[in-house]
Ligand binder design. Structure first.
Ligand code: KG4
Ligand code: ZN
Length: 400
């Protein structure tokens, strides 16, 4: 099989979904399986890292078996194995990486380590098994990735080449949805719950603050959370209810109105900055990715703006916006055909940025004092050495 059509087996386990997929030519999904852990984490109101890692361990083999059976493909027919190497939860990443390494070793297949955020970007290139062919996004383009852990805008002038335009200075957009969901007593994950509640809002005038941060493309969502908490507390106090009952005791109609206000505030900032970035960089297309891109209000708002500009919008169907294996297959294929290979020493990189502002330091921060700090530094230095040795440079672009 030529490199262009090669078949990638992809593994994703960075957070709370176990994803396995077979992707041909970097675009066509042959089969995929996503084992979601939402029901496991919902009682805690957020992801419990050890629970997540144990669930990946439980579901990764059944997910692989399901995918191979559905596609009628054996591992020996696969040209490369791609796996998420970061960013994400260390314990979760390690399950997928150890599994992918073992498969690569046992079946003598090349291994490619993929940045999860690059996966969210390349989800826009994917085609479902029976979807008609359609053109790939043209360059230059502007891409917004908004997930539970990350929110950033990049310009892409070619494959695997990114210029960071802006990123969140505090909470990610998905995190803002999740925190707001908790404040409103809507449960986990907050994004879909807020979207559902917002759809029921009768009165649509709740105004929550937007942080525009001047002309920059950066985002900030922590003020929104504070404003929402104050609104909930003062409305509870006015009704003579204790503030500790935040959200849960506001009546459902008011929760819906506030949910609408939260969604509006987040969508307004994300859409306005993305469209302005497209204008200012003379982009030929807009790409959206990450769990928050499954939000219908955001999709509609950007669709209207891009149509008004005559720009094509590439946004994966909602199931491919949230974490999945296929997106790692799409990005992994790009890295594979660019000549990138990981060694058997591929490690987990929990805080791996897709692209760092020029001169910015690595964001991983060691514990501050004592022997633990020294041990952490030594381990990180060893990991960096290993990472430097294990991946050959790509021929184009690359993660900076
Ligand atoms: O990309 P993703 O599945 O995982 C990460 O890489 O973080 O994103 C998960 C995030 C969660 O914060 C979730 O609340 C948010 O995406 N999300 C949504 C929607 N669906 C998922 N946010 C707003 N509206 C939605 N419909
Ligand atoms: Zn993700």
């Amino acid at each position: 099989m030529s490199g262009r059509e090669s078949l990638v087996l992809a593994i994703e386990s960075s957070c709370d979904e176990t994803g396995v997929a077979l992707v041909a030519g970097g675009r066509r999904i042959l089969a995929q399986a996503v084992a979601s852990q939402i029901v496991l984490h919902a009682p805690a109101g957020g992801i419990v890292p050890e629970v997540a890692a144990r669930a990946h361990l439980r579901w990764i083999v059944p997910a692989l078996t399901d995918v191979l059976d559905t596609a009628g493909v054996g591992i020996s027919e696969v040209d490369a194995i791609a796996v998420t190497a970061g960013p994400g939860l260390a314990g979760s990443l390690l399950v997928g990486i150890a599994f992918a390494k073992t498969l690569a070793w046992a079946h003598e297949r090349p291994l490619v380590g993929v940045n999860h955020l690059e996966g969210h970007l390349y989800a826009a290139w994917l085609l479902d098994p029976d979807e008609p062919e359609r053109p790939a996004p043209p360059f230059p383009l502007v891409a917004l990735v908004a997930s539970g852990g990350h929110t950033f805008l990049v310009e892409m002038r070619d494959h695997l080449a990114y210029r960071l335009l802006g990123e969140t200075v505090d909470d990610a957009a998905g995190e803002a949805f999740d925190k707001a969901g908790r404040l409103l007593g809507l449960g986990y994950p907050g994004g879909p719950a807020i979207a559902t509640a917002a759809a029921d809002a009768r009165q649509r005038d709740a105004t929550l603050p937007r942080a525009w941060l001047g002309p920059s493309y950066d985002f900030s969502f922590s003020g929104l959370k504070t404003a929402l908490r104050r609104a909930v507390e003062s409305e509870l106090a006015a009704a003579g209810r204790p503030a500790s009952d935040a959200g849960g005791r506001l009546d459902a109609a008011r929760v819906s109105e506030l949910a609408w206000g939260v969604q509006e505030a987040i969508v307004d900032v994300l859409a306005t900055k993305t469209l302005r970035a497209a204008d200012e960089t003379a982009a030929r297309a807009i790409v959206l990715g990450g769990g928050v891109a499954s939000n219908m209000a955001l999709r509609e708002r950007i669709a209207i703006g891009s149509a008004a500009r005559g720009l094509p919008l590439f946004v994966p169907r909602p199931g491919l916006c949230t974490d999945n294996g296929a997106m790692i297959g799409a990005a992994g294929w790009q890295r594979f055909v660019a000549g990138e290979r990981a060694g058997s020493d591929l490690g987990a990189r929990p805080a791996w940025p897709l692209v760092r502002p020029a001169g910015a330091p690595d964001t991983r921060r060691p514990p501050r004092r004592g022997a633990a700090a020294r041990a952490y530094e030594a381990a990180l230095a060893a990991e960096r050495d290993a990472a430097g040795r294990s991946s050959t440079a790509t021929t184009r672009g690359g993660i900076r």
